[in-house]
Design a protein. Sequence first.
Length: 233
Amino acid sequence: MRIIAICGSPHKRTGNTYRMLERMLEYLDNLGAQTEMINLCELEIKFCLSCAKCVTKGVCPLDDDIITVQKKMKEASGIILGSPCYVLSVSAQMKVLIDRCWPWMHSPCLQEKYGACVCPSAGIGDMETAYYMNFFLRVLGAQTVGEVCGLASLPGKFLEKDIVWKELDELAKKLYTAIKEKRRYPRANDCIQFQRGMRDLILYYKDTVFSKDYNHWKSHGWIEQTFDLDITK
């Protein structure tokens, strides 16, 4: 079982996001999982150009570290996303990763994967930020098992740290168990709505810009399915 944590903090190993992810990985290590931390701020990941070549041609023209990160995401059984809450959303580092995964929104490729997320904040927007990261994983086909948010205004200075650490351990255990037992969860309404809209969009442009996406959906049998559409199968 391979589980990766993707840290979107600009503070590298000193930030609270890293500390929360590190706690989860330590717990997962003790359970026997093979884990890895990926620090986005240590990588070169360029801004998306919105050229759509990733969709129309199947190849992104930008040559950087996103290829390595995406490869590890596809190879992992579990993915934990972590980002501080900056101005009511994810950090720039996490957002550029999400933007560069845009073609996966059209052609979901994380079926059979499980996800979770963590989000430290100074007190506002953490739940919305956590929801956004988990929703991102769900529309790519992964099943998410939860999130942990922690209040902290200084490095390592969490409010009620013992409780936060216990929640992180519980989330790590829940993720490990879901992967091991291959648990199935009902599709969330927000994900179903997204998939319904994406299918309609792909059908409309199936003979032009989204022909590759149409073939991907067709090969998986998603075009013919009636909702609730389940792209985890």
